[in-house]
Design a protein around this ligand. Sequence first.
Ligand code: SF4
Ligand code: SF4
Length: 278
Amino acid sequence: MNKIKATIFEIQRNSYVDGPGIRTTIFFKGCNLKCKWCHNPESQVFSRQMMHYKTKCTGCGQCRQICQNTSGSCVFCGQCIIQCPNEARQICGKEYTVQEVFEQIIKDKIFYEASGGGVTFSGGECMLQADFLEEILKMCKEAGIHTAVDTAGNVPWESFEKILPYTDMFLYDIKAVSENLHIEGTSVSNKTILSNLKQLSDNGKAEIVIRIPIIPDFNTHTGEIRKIADFLQGIRYKNIELLPYHKMGQYKYEALNMHFNNYPDLDKGIIESYKKIF
Ligand code: SF4
Ligand code: SF4
């Protein structure tokens, strides 16, 4: 039996936004980009984390009283969560084997078949755990389930080669094509990302859906969207999704004690004007 494990922070059933039809989306922990607008900050580090929802907490102190850990770093025993009367604490991330994840996915096979759906692997960056991903994709394909991988693409091309035989669709994020702008927003260069997308396009095996987050004061200036559109002229893709910036993840930054970058609200009309460019 395969013993590879991955740390996953959410298994979302009945998802309609991560590929065609009804889907189950598996969110892996760990990413090698640091997007300033990330709405899933709990996806950024690979290890488990304790989340503390300050708006629910009354400061009763029962969690501190019950905690037996003297080392200073949480061992995720879960005692404080049981003790808290206000559900103000939560462990984010759990280790799963390939078989355990598959058992969750297969539950909704009937809905995938009825709706043209399937499973989507997301994150974080699920491709940073390529061995696990290869195994679970293989199992899903053998079970006749449509497979999609949601990626930022900042991994060696060899990781794509590993999973290509078992992947029907890539949801491929493009944040910016101007390298300096990309570094400013995500902390990494986009050279590998753009080169992998070109190779994926030339390879021709899997469908590609391009996803572009529209972030005010980041890629809405200096003609960046038009530059992305120009770059995509050389790429084979099925369609493009424009993802408007939102602030729904703000409460998770507070729960993790992380700094939240408050971008301006998006002018909704701008999405329509960008659609015309594409
Ligand atoms: S999970 Fe356990 S070790 Fe961590 S803070 Fe709570 S009681 Fe302490
Ligand atoms: S037990 Fe819950 S409500 Fe009380 S201090 Fe801890 S987190 Fe806050």
